[in-house]
Design a binder for this molecule. Structure first.
Ligand code: SAH
Length: 383
């Protein structure tokens, strides 16, 4: 082992973890953790020597036991519409992607949680590549750090990076601990200081883990639905066999009950001739209204229609614009809050479902992933 690999990468520790590290490993006061976090996350300083409000002795101890190592930027690419994509190198020759999408008054970073994905959704580029491994906390929060650094050190109130969505590569609920820890750092005032509702976790529908998330975190929840009935959804999201729509909706109701002020967004990728018929819209509206009724509040369930994005080798096509509008109108007429997501960054393959990165050595790991997913109800150990 090299000396570096025995040091703790501080990007792996959330605030409680960092406080414990200062107290237990360094024998220092816990509040030092906050000072160091401010250097790392507010000023993007990774060299302990530059952390000038820490004493010399403490800096020497940090040098000995810790390091601050962000992901390596292999490649970055701006899009004509302001979208910016980074390809970040992970060990073992793997790479993941993250994307910044500026819009009126907000800037959203789309963050990956795994190298590849084991859920094999048929219309998703990442899903067709298989699973390699979970990202560490450092590799997840490191994506936000790289983007925030690129966007500059600007005062809190005018930050360009205002929202994070866990909608990049991977299924975040299958990498639960690292994702929850990283989302803690996104929201911590000494970290990126984002409001709870500005951090969104998107899931393909791991029912037991949705319940677990409701206990561990207050972030916004998005659920990838894509179909209003089980027969169709199973062809698009194979996980539906294990957790069918009725169970998924029950879990969403439980989540929303625990977070009375938040709504749940249901994502629906629009694919020509597959799930874009008016009958699908009516069935979807019914599902959403039923959820509102169970929770006894309007717009507890919202819909986000995502025009399908092509990727090499896919057999699906994007629904026509007028078909998407008609679909949206049916939902709006049924009083379901429904947005159509504008496609951004498709000139640099940075749109939803186009993130590919580089996923090596996946065959053996995919088999292990499938075995564990079959074997247990709480599959976050599948890493
Ligand atoms: N595993 C998580 C997060 C990753 S996918 C999940 O399933 O939610 C993030 C969003 O992009 C999901 O709603 C997903 O269904 C959507 N998506 C995937 N492939 C797409 C494609 N080719 N075109 C448009 N949206 C896609």
């Amino acid at each position: 082992m090299t000396e570096a690999s025995t040091r703790t990468n501080l990007f792996n520790l959330d605030r409680p973890g960092l406080e414990a590290f200062f107290a237990d490993t360094l024998g220092e006061k816990r509040f030092r953790a906050q000072q160091v976090m401010k250097w790392i996350y507010h000023r993007h300083v990774t060299d302990f020597a530059e952390m000038t409000d820490l004493g010399k002795v403490l800096r020497a101890k940090l040098e000995q036991h810790a390091e601050v190592v962000p992901p390596t930027v292999l490649f970055e690419k701006p899009s004509a519409d302001g979208t910016h994509k980074w390809l970040l190198g992970m060990d073992g020759g793997n790479a993941i992607e993250c994307v910044f999408i500026p819009d009126k008054g907000r800037g959203t970073l789309c963050v990956s949680s795994q190298v590849g994905c084991g859920l094999a959704c048929t219309f998703c580029s990442t899903g067709t590549q298989g699973f390699n491994r979970n990202l560490s906390t450092a590799e997840i929060i490191g994506q936000v750090w790289v983007a925030a650094k690129h966007l500059g050190n600007v005062p809190h109130h005018q930050r360009k990076l205002t929202n994070v969505v866990m909608m990049g590569m991977g299924e975040p609920l299958l990498n639960f601990d690292n994702v929850v820890r990283a989302m803690g750092l996104m929201r911590d005032d000494n970290g990126f200081g984002l409001a709870n509702k500005r951090v969104t976790l998107s899931t393909a529908g791991l029912v037991p883990m949705i319940d677990k998330l409701s206990e561990a975190s207050d972030v916004s929840l998005a659920v990838s639905l894509h179909a209003p009935d089980d027969a169709l959804r199973t062809t698009l999201v194979p996980l539906n066999k294990k957790y069918p729509i009725a169970e998924l909706m029950d879990a969403c109701v439980r989540y929303a009950e625990r977070k009375p002020r938040t709504s749940i967004t249901f994502e629906y990728t629009m694919m020509k001739g597959i799930n874009d018929d008016p009958s699908h819209a009516r069935a979807l509206a019914l599902l959403m209204r039923r959820m509102d009724a169970r929770l006894q509040r309007e717009n507890a369930a919202k819909v986000n229609l995502i025009p399908f994005n092509r990727f090499p080798g896919t057999g699906y096509e994007r629904s026509d614009e007028d078909v998407i509008r008609r679909f949206q109108t049916i939902l709006l007429d049924a009083k379901v809050l429904t947005m159509v997501r504008r496609t951004r960054g498709d000139d640099i393959d940075a749109a939803c479902g186009q993130l590919k990165g580089q996923v090596l050595d996946r065959t053996r790991r995919q088999a292990e992933f499938n075995r564990r997913l079959q074997a247990q109800a709480t599959p976050d150990a599948a890493a």
